[in-house]
Design a protein around this ligand. Structure first.
Ligand code: NAD
Length: 494
């Protein structure tokens, strides 16, 4: 059967790759290719940047008032609401995550466009007090220019819109480079911009492989900023390339987040929180609570509770409402997860659940890995230090608050952390001392358009969501106006 075809949008037109190349995308549940996408190269990337740049410097977009820009964002929000089911189903076909999870995400995305649409005409400069009586000076906040948004495969549209909403509200134009594994929903989504009334060229897409289109996009002199979400090795590479051209960069990278359970916590809730931290989305989230730290006095009890819940997790078709754990998005990632399980076993971690592909014949075509739990993990083991990005949990014992902080912070990452306790003092003290961009107390995996999100340490640079996210797409201009006649001594600073 012929594969469904998706096309890019560049300068308002649906386009294929200039050299006519295509590449397939597969459904992780049945392992079969179901669609194909343009395999773009440098010439396509060049054309997309030129289109975004042309739309930024002249024409309808820069002429729009900020209020009208905001209205366009809110109109787009309505269209996303209308198409949420279709877009979510496309995401599931590509990444294998639960339909319930993807639909929840897509239905939530409009809030980013409402919120940042509302902020578009509240971007204010100021009149400066001056020590130079004959001068009047003021500041303006101006859009950076062309933004390249590069996204990963786990939550393609949500992570994209965390960039798009503030960037568009600021007045930037965009080239989107989605993951080669999950591009379909982005291309369907990109069609909504024309319908919402955005001028051609404001939002453009380029599909293909990072190594083939990335350098042109990242190093192009007409690109002002790279907004990247993905792995830390790719992020570091892009950061270096961008540095050569002095570009703005936001990096949302990986994590090895600690989810810390104290003896005074509600242990039932904490066990459920541990599960949601690691087995939701089959562990394929940057904020995965992949290290659960448990106080020694309740260690055995908590391990037992977590294993008991995880054991009942229903693996299956991600479109099925009853399914709780879907497949891994790519075969490469499935193999990487299995290889980390081998490493953990070899390093002496005690596997108390899972540890392999499921035996169930009905899942044989899908890229599944059983929910896997290692107990008695020591924090210096690779399984506790390296991001697995799969359904593999390490449970680590600790003795005291001091011990918990030491272990929690002993990683190169700092994306998120969870604290489970009934003591308000402990909650606040731990939150203060954890080196992470987000700390959840007695909950896990909460995000919002209003709340800044981003990493400490190697988990990234910059913040997405929340009011200040718009600053990541703006720069400040200071204007000086001479109120006096004449130019005094031209050879000295005024
Ligand atoms: P990845 O780094 O392999 O790829 C991310 C994107 O970068 C893809 O679109 C890819 O095509 C592109 N890319 C690859 N090489 C490139 C190059 N040379 N130039 C330009 N672009 C290039 O990441 P992934 O495997 O798709 O996603 C998983 C990673 O993303 C995990 O590490 C995860 O923690 C991280 N992530 C972070 C967040 C966050 O908000 N902090 C959210 C989700 C995922």
């Amino acid at each position: 059967m012929a594969l469904e075809q998706f096309r890019n949008i560049v300068a308002g037109r649906k386009v294929e790759a200039k050299d006519g190349g295509w590449f397939p995308t597969a459904n992780p549940f049945d392992g079969k290719d179901w669609a194909e996408l343009p395999r773009c190269g440098p010439a396509d990337a060049e054309a997309a940047v030129e289109a975004a740049h042309a739309a930024f410097i002249a024409g309808d977009w820069p002429a729009l008032t900020a209020t009208k820009r905001g209205k366009l964002l809110r109109k787009l929000a309505e269209l996303i609401e209308r198409d949420a089911e279709k877009l979510a189903a496309l995401e599931v076909r590509d990444n294998g995550k639960l339909y319930a999870e993807m639909l929840g995400q897509v239905r939530y995305i409009p809030e980013w466009f409402h919120y940042f649409g509302g902020l578009a005409d509240k971007i204010e400069g100021g009149v400066l007090p001056t020590d130079k009586p004959q001068m009047f000076s003021y500041t303006k906040r101006e859009p950076l220019g062309v933004v390249v948004a590069i996204t990963p495969w786990n939550s393609p549209l949500m992570l994209l819109c965390w960039k798009l909403a503030p960037a568009l509200a600021a007045g930037c134009t965009i080239v989107i480079k989605p993951s080669e594994f999950t591009s379909a929903s982005t291309l369907a989504f990109a069609e909504l911009f024309a319908e919402a009334g955005f001028p051609a060229g404001v939002v453009n897409t380029i599909t293909g492989f990072g190594g083939e289109v990335g350098p042109t996009l990242v190093e192009h002199p007409k690109v002002a900023k790279i907004a990247f979400t993905g792995g830390d090795a790719t992020g570091a590479h892009i950061y270096q390339q961008a540095a050569r051209h002095i570009k703005h960069v936001t990096l949302e990278l990986g994590g090895k987040s600690p989810n810390i359970i104290f003896e005074d916590a509600n242990l039932e809730d904490a066990a459920r929180g541990a599960i949601s931290g690691i087995f939701a989305a089959s562990g394929q989230t940057c904020i995965a609570g992949s290290r659960v730290l448990v106080q020694r006095s309740v260690y055995d009890e908590v391990v037992e509770k977590i294993v008991a819940i995880a054991r009942t997790a229903k693996l299956g078709d991600p479109m099925d409402e009853a399914t709780q754990v879907g497949p891994i998005t790519t075969t490469q990632q499935r193999d990487k997860v299995l290889s980390y399980i081998d490493v953990a076993n070899a390093d002496g971690a005690r596997c108390v659940l899972g540890g392999k592909r499921p035996d169930d014949a009905s899942l044989a075509d899908g890229w599944f890995v059983e929910p896997t739990i290692f107990a008695d993990v020591s924090n210096d083991m690779r399984i506790a230090q390296e991001e697995v990005f799969g359904p593999v949990l390490s449970i680590i014992p600790f003795e005291s608050d001091e011990d918990a902080i030491r272990i929690a912070n002993d990683t190169i990452y700092g994306l998120a952390a969870g604290v489970w306790t009934s003591s308000i003092a402990r909650a606040i003290t731990m939150s203060d001392r954890l080196r992470a961009g987000t700390v959840w107390v007695n909950t896990y995996r909460a995000v919002s358009f209003m709340a800044p999100f981003g990493g400490y340490k190697k988990s990234g640079i910059g913040r997405e969501s929340g009011q200040h996210a718009i600053d990541e797409y703006l720069q400040t201009k200071c204007v000086w106006i001479n109120l006096a006649d004449g130019v005094p001594n031209p050879f000295v600073l005024r």
